[in-house]
Write a protein that binds this ligand. Structure first.
Ligand code: BGP
Length: 461
């Protein structure tokens, strides 16, 4: 087979998961409750088909089998997250020994099978005990996170050398404090700004702790970078896209990589009286503790245009005061998920990192295609997900071009290893290389898994 797109040596081929979405066992193994357990208990109707976080692929009990499957899919790397509430049921203080055993087993099993574990500390899953104290609105929780991070480095850092502080930290801000799709379902820009700020400070504290630990690996953050494309080059459209970019990308990208907030974002937040409370020394902390590596999650672009109408001055302030969403004529869609498919977005992100963020070492940490009712494509006992193969191939071409043009991208991780419980969408959309029968927990590789194996083996296609 001739290879048209060859990737650099030692390229990371793998996939990503998160604890709450795959572990199951939310009530056993000594785990404390997190916000998802709590929200599901109180409002099960907010979840697709009323399915909650207890119903997953049960990685907790099937991790050995799953790691064998990862091997079959050609993985040399794999991202998991630690469930904070499993490791520290009260969020602070006592460590749950059963959790330590579980994560040790998973890490060792991965390494024994030639798969390097990438470990993320926070994937949307605040321990309930800490949410009761105010969650990310509370400075106490920032300190608790730093303690938790230190504990994780101490327990697992002898074998894990790629750490991540947060996955998509803007999402709990949007979901929990602006647009009502995560607990605690608050709509309040000032509180959202506080949550975002505390998250950035917590991340910097974890980076500081890691760098001070004497361990030799790298620590980064995973951001969903969604390029903001303007409708036109009209200054009003350009301004709309610049401001959307400030809110949704640069709000974490700048403090994480450059160690400071963009002044224009600070000015906008100040104008609306939404500036968060800070502590003395925070500025220096952020400046001194930028990340070593950046994970980029990319699913879809954001297209925006200037506002059609003035915002309602009596309504709550939201980022949408500055832009309207724009539906580009002729756009291609993942009709199942309702997301635009625009592969070149990957290239644009990588060039932006190269030109404006010191070409920081990076990788695609999530990219993938959610499809509803995927068993329609079952044929000969296997899901024939050619649409997913096309999706990944086309994105990889643009990633390859970015690398040719000087991007410092080191790998590609698919979202996700196995079909999983996707927050309030539960099992609606399937993303995995591995299909899961939610009832029997039976696992079957999809066609894309075999394709990916070949790509990984050939280091290209
Ligand atoms: C990303 C998250 C994942 C996963 C994925 C698909 O933003 O990091 O955790 O949820 O999106 O999400 P959805 O189920 O909304 O299609």
């Amino acid at each position: 087979m001739s290879i048209n797109y060859r990737f650099p040596e030692n390229f990371w081929w793998g996939s990503a998961t998160s604890a709450t979405q795959i572990e199951g066992a939310s009530e056993i193994g000594g785990k404390g409750k997190n916000i998802w357990d709590h929200w599901y208990e109180t409002e099960p109707n907010r979840f697709y088909n009323d399915v909650g976080p207890e119903t997953t692929s049960d990685f907790y009990h099937h991790y050995k089998e799953d790691i064998q499957l990862m091997k079959q899919i050609g993985h040399n790397t794999f991202r998991l997250s630690i469930s904070w509430a499993r490791l520290m049921p009260d969020g602070r203080g006592e460590v749950n020994e059963e959790a330590v055993t579980f994560y040790n087993n998973v890490i060792d099993e991965l390494i024994d099978n030639g798969i390097e574990p990438f470990v993320n500390l926070f994937h949307f899953d605040m321990p309930m005990a800490l949410q009761d104290k105010g969650g990310w609105e509370s400075r106490e929780v920032v300190e608790a996170f730093a303690e938790y991070a230190k504990e994780a480095f101490r327990l697992f850092g002898d074998r894990v050398s790629k750490w991540f502080t947060f996955n998509e930290p803007i999402v709990p801000v949007e979901g929990g404090y602006l647009y009502d799709f995560h607990y605690p379902n608050v709509v309040d820009a000032k509180r959202a700004a506080q949550v975002a700020y505390h998250t950035a400070v917590a991340s910097a504290k974890a980076v500081e702790a890691y760098h001070g630990s004497g361990q030799q690996g790298k620590i980064g953050i995973i951001l969903n970078l969604t390029p903001s494309y303007p409708r036109s080059q009209n200054p009003a459209d350009l301004r709309a896209s610049r401001i959307a970019d400030l809110f949704f990308n640069r709000s974490f990208l700048d403090p994480s990589v450059l160690g400071e907030y963009p002044q224009e974002l600070v000015d906008i937040i100040t104008e609306h009286g939404a500036l968060p409370a800070t502590h003395q020394g925070d500025k220096e902390l952020l400046k001194a503790n930028t990340v070593d590596i950046l994970g980029v999650n990319y699913y879809q672009p954001r297209r925006v245009k200037a506002k059609e109408n003035l915002p309602n001055p009596y309504g709550p302030f939201l980022p949408e005061w500055y832009f309207d969403h724009y539906e580009m004529p002729g756009r291609r869609m993942n009709i199942y998920r309702g997301w635009e498919i625009y592969e070149k977005g990957i290239y644009d992100i990588m060039m932006n990192l190269k030109d404006h963020y010191g070409n920081i070492e990076s990788f695609i940490s999530e990219n993938g295609m959610g499809v509803q009712n995927e068993d329609r494509f079952l044929e000969g006992g296997e899901i024939q997900d050619d649409y997913r193969i096309d999706f990944v191939r086309e994105h990889l071409k643009w990633l390859h071009k970015a690398i040719q043009d000087g991007s410092n991208a080191k790998g590609y991780h698919m979202w996700t290893t196995m079909d999983n419980w996707s927050w309030s969408n539960a099992y609606k959309n399937r993303y995995g290389f591995i299909s899961i029968d939610v009832e029997t927990k039976e696992r079957t590789l999809k066609k894309s898994a075999h394709w990916f194996r070949e790509v990984a083996d050939n280091n290209g296609f």
